[in-house]
Design a protein. Structure first.
Length: 190
């Protein structure tokens, strides 16, 4: 397990991460729907996560969600780089009832996010615009190129959960050990 703490005027976050774990999690961000998404992410990526966040949720959930993305992405980068003996590229199509979301990613050390989703408005008490804020903070700090695209769906909960699961499975596949690959780049560095 590797650990990171980040304290600002808006949030106090502690995260522990084990990259090739069992998908176990203990998550408390103070944002129920977000906790559910992170638990799903942990389960399907096989990344063990302990996340504690005390945030200014009396204002809204924005700082907590974005800052967890920053810390979680930073920890993933610490666990990944330098990239060696892994597949590097990962892809997943995840269905949840009527929804289908695809995620393609590259452990490139070059952050870029393409996020296409029709979801707007609230999911319970959760502002759905925070999903993109989380993905952006996570991807930029993990330094991975990631495309998350909704192929179809109507139920907002299903689309967002499929998005988190697609990211998780794509990361699991990209981090699959493969000794024959060595440094998975023609440049010999990532």
């Amino acid at each position: 397990m590797i650990n990171k703490t980040r304290k600002t005027k808006e949030t106090n976050i502690e995260i522990s991460l084990k990259l090739n774990g069992e998908g176990k999690s203990n998550i408390d961000t103070g944002v129920g729907f977000f906790d559910h998404m992170l638990e799903s992410f942990s389960k399907h990526s096989l990344i063990d996560l302990d996340i504690k966040c005390k945030g200014d949720t009396h204002i809204d959930d924005h700082h907590s969600v974005e800052d967890v993305g920053i810390v979680l992405g930073s920890l993933l980068a610490e666990a990944l780089y330098p990239v060696k003996n892994v597949e590097r590229f990962g892809s997943a199509n995840i269905v949840m009832d009527e929804a289908c979301v695809t995620c393609d990613l590259d452990l490139s050390n070059r952050p870029f996010l393409v996020y296409e989703s029709p979801v707007i408005g609230k999911i319970g008490n959760f502002d759905s615009e925070l999903v993109e804020e989380f993905f952006r903070a996570f991807v930029l700090n993990a330094r991975i190129t990631t495309h998350i695209i909704t192929l179809r769906g109507k139920n907002k909960h299903h689309i967002v959960e499929a998005s988190f699961k697609a990211l998780a499975v794509a990361i699991r596949r990209a981090t699959t050990k493969n000794e024959r690959v060595g440094i998975p780049s023609t440049k010999d560095v990532l």
